[in-house]
Unconditional design. Structure first.
Length: 306
């Protein structure tokens, strides 16, 4: 059961969904708001595949941020599920924040997202112009004005998650518009994602970053086992799925160098997350056309919640 707020001081709590096109900066803002890494980040579209909730506590509020996959034109069953997951997050939340990349000219894709934001019943709607460090203030202001005309936003803010600019202001602004309510999650809970989900996300992130445009969208990761030797040592096995045998060779790399690089980089993030030494064993398996197989998508935990 959620804990009750102090009777002598109103406590605000609620849920805010981050939505936007791919690479709008949703996961980067989420990580910056939480204060440490809980969501995978890369320049490859569809890096976020699972709806993730992150918890931010202040003395007077608890904000639950829902990170969602980027909204895009789907090309397969996976893409349809990602869109369904993102749009599903617009229901039953107290606020919706639409994120727009400051350096990408607003267009039809943003209009489509804004249309869904406009149609949803969230009491508070916020426009967030991201990546302010990459443009001039004038360009950010022009982007804000262009997108504000697409929907009836209650507020707008410019942020740079990379530099921490206005991140605290974003949290404060949204928290102030949450309803009075209880704490829904314990203070020491940063995310509702399981350890297995986080391991899978971090391994996939490193694969995306190292493989660039070669095979990312054909790639998925499962965490098969986490075995704790003691409080400070864990042994983890994970599997990277690809769709073709030729892709398996790319992931492994000459002399196994690529998969070793992916594992080394992922292990560093996992060790920071777990605050423990980690042995990470990665393997690669071919699963033909898994992105078109609804059963396989469900098995991987990528099916949208109803």
């Amino acid at each position: 059961m959620p804990s009750e707020p102090s009777p002598d001081k109103p406590f605000r709590s609620g849920f805010v969904a981050l939505v936007g096109r791919p690479n709008a900066g949703k996961s980067t803002l989420l990580n910056a708001a939480v204060g440490h890494k809980v969501a995978a980040v890369s320049n490859v579209a569809q890096t976020t595949r699972r709806r993730m909730r992150a918890v931010i506590n202040t003395p007077s509020s608890q904000l639950v941020i829902v990170d969602t996959p980027g909204l895009h034109k789907p090309k397969d069953a996976l893409g349809k599920e990602l869109n369904r997951s993102a749009l599903g997050s617009l229901s039953d939340v107290d606020a919706v924040a639409m994120l727009v990349d400051a350096k990408a000219t607003a267009g039809r894709g943003d209009e489509w997202v804004a249309g869904h934001v406009k149609a949803c019943d969230a009491p508070y709607k916020l426009l967030v112009i991201t990546k302010a460090d990459l443009v001039t203030p004038e360009v950010a202001a022009e982007q804000m004005q262009a997108v504000r005309e697409m929907a009836d936003f209650d507020d707008a803010i410019v942020v740079s998650a990379q530099e921490g600019f206005n991140v605290d202001s974003f949290v404060s602004l949204v928290s102030a518009h949450m309803p009075e309510g209880p704490k829904w999650f314990p203070d020491d809970m940063a995310t509702d994602a399981t350890d297995e989900d986080l391991v899978s996300e971090f391994v996939r992130e490193k694969a995306f970053r190292n493989l660039r445009q070669e095979i990312p969208h054909s790639l998925a990761v499962t965490c098969d086992d986490i075995e704790w030797k003691d409080d400070e040592h864990a042994s983890i096995t994970a599997t990277i799925l690809v769709e073709r045998e030729s892709q398996k060779g790319i992931v492994i790399g000459a002399g196994g160098r690529m998969i070793k690089k992916i594992g080394t980089e992922a292990r560093r993030d996992i060790e920071r997350l777990f605050d423990a030494k980690v042995y990470l064993d990665l393997s690669v398996r071919v699963q033909p056309a898994w992105r078109r197989d609804k059963n396989e998508i469900a098995r991987l935990g990528l099916e949208a919640e109803d």
